[in-house]
Write a protein of this length. Structure first.
Length: 148
């Protein structure tokens, strides 16, 4: 029966209708009635959607911060490793430079001789305020004006 209706329409209008009639519709006299329940439902839906969006933004900010902190921690860890390696290298260099046999060899090459008895004063073991040898002393300074 459906095929019969389709064939009748094709006979009447042809295969495709080529004439369309424009019928103006005037809805200017219609007045929209306010629906308080729908308005309340839309406000509730908008509020819930806004809250969900705010929670999503908080999640995104926390996730981004966690990733950023991870990269920062990794950079600090790499910097620490580099500094520890540099410290180890400097300690090795210091130990090499403080080696007594190396210092003695350089002193002999420069023509230095071992100190005689009484030439060496150990300042670390000297008691404070003891009347010993004065290594440095402050002298009074006088200022002479250039405009005389």
């Amino acid at each position: 029966m459906a095929t019969l209706a389709v064939t009748n329409l094709r006979r009447r209008y042809g295969i495709t209708p080529e004439i369309y009639v424009h019928k103006p519709i005037d809805n200017s006299r219609l007045v929209k009635v306010a629906d308080p329940k729908r308005k309340r439902d839309m406000i509730m839906f908008s509020g819930a959607l806004g809250l969900l969006f705010a929670l999503f933004l908080v999640f995104c900010v926390q996730h981004y911060s966690a990733i950023e902190y991870g990269y920062h921690n990794e950079a600090l860890r790499e910097q620490r490793e580099k500094l520890l390696e540099a410290r180890r290298q400097l300690q090795l260099d210091e130990a090499e430079l403080r080696e007594p046999s190396r210092i003695d060899e350089m002193a002999h090459r420069m023509g230095l001789q071992p100190p005689m008895a009484g030439q060496v004063i150990n300042l670390d073991n000297a008691p404070a305020g003891a009347g010993g040898t004065v290594m440095a002393q402050v002298a009074a300074v006088s200022v002479i004006s250039a405009t005389q």
